[in-house]
Design a protein around this ligand. Sequence first.
Ligand code: NDP
Ligand code: 2IT
Length: 463
Amino acid sequence: MTTSVATLQSSSAFVQEYIDIVTGRDPHQPEFLQAVQEVVVSLEPVLERHSQYRDQRVLERMLEPERVIQFRVPWQADDGTVHVNRGFRVGFNSAIGPYKGGLRFHPSVNLSILKFLAFEQVFKNSLTGQPIGGGKGGSDFDPRCRSDREVMRFCQSFMTELYRHVGHNTDVPAGDIGVGGREIGFLFGQYKRITNTFTGVLTGRGPGWGGSLLRPEATGYGAVYFAAEMANTEGKTLEGMQCLVSGSGNVAQYACRKLIELGAIPVTLSDSSGWIHDPAGIDEEKLQFVMHLKNECRGRISEYCEKYSTATYTPTESGASSNALWAVQADAAFPSATQNEINAEDAGNLVAGGVRLVSEGANMPTTPEAQDILVDAGVLLGPGKAANAGGVAVSALEMAQASQRLRWTTEEVDRHLRRIMHDIHAVCLEAAHAYGFERDYRHGANIAGFRKVADAMLDQGLV
Ligand code: NDP
Ligand code: 2IT
């Protein structure tokens, strides 16, 4: 999903100044510019009130990654052909802890996308209240349609360079799009072999070799916990709500599971080829079919309709101005596929279709214009850096368990996760209130995330 540089004209001179700095340096990084713009819009009153941030040029420093590593990843396919991909790791900010953030393997991956994700991660990780800085990495390698052996050879080649730059106290990668338990296993095995150490260098590890219970579930569960917190401010619960979910990967699957558990009714899922609508509701048995289909068989969501006649499948039209999934009548939406999957037209459709609550499982799934349409219509909008922070929060719990050489129970991890999502929700509302953005979670998340990192940077001097 693309973004447009045309959206990057701001009416505020303050915002425009920062956009101009970043655009001047990286004019061809639209996703990064979009993520920066969204944050800078929120920070005007903060920089006005606290002159120390301006004097020490803290925001300018935060807009530039501390380091960017790019490398060649050669690997051999099963048929003997040789392929060359690009590998990246962006260390954006380490003021409050080692770089932490996922790896994305997808053909669309480039520096703009990874810088936007790493920049978002700085604020998200700060909001979790845990000691983790922000980073992101990945490759334009496409693991879909590749055999397990090909994925293993790719992961081994990728880690043969990446191992120099990561470490349990330096930079701790995890999964993201295209990187799940299988890829983390291959990456970890190669790191362990090269360095002769068994450490918590990656999170999302298998439960038998250092992984935290509930890490696979954490992002989706967290997005639903955040939605429940938002609903609660209006005296509501999620029970009985019809929910639109996009994607059908890790985040979408576990968002569905928690929705079902709480008595809500997910009715859609998607992948990059199309989407399904099941008005009868996706129940636990149907979800298990989806999990098997996507995780074991690596199949397509269209196959859902071959199994369940209550559902219809609509292929995605390339070049279409909107995604009809967001036009289905519902109460709540959980975009859980990718960036910019909800544009202004989609947002209008969501409002017209009755949606009153949007919790972003994906990173930056809603364009700035779409966000404004939703918020202006009174929709409760949980931004990704707050709503999907449960994944990285449980990653940090995995790091804590690894350091202690202990393993917590599912119940303990879940209790922490619920508390963290509750606290993030509260912190967003408090920060929004303190700076005049009453009940706007977007501004609250940006401000609260910024202040903790900015104060740490002031404490640590000009480094
Ligand atoms: P997965 O790879 O498990 O699943 C991704 C899903 O999104 C697939 O259904 C995929 O379809 C679809 N998708 C990916 N790219 C596109 C695209 N360009 N257009 C349409 N559909 C697309 O990834 P995750 O579930 O882990 O990640 C989903 C989102 O959640 C991402 O934005 C990620 O950054 C974010 N996130 C993930 C966290 C995690 O812990 N995993 C934590 C926080 C946020 P297909 O199979 O056809 O490609
Ligand atoms: O976007 C994200 O927060 C993730 N992909 C998870 C990062 C992590 O380190 O668990």
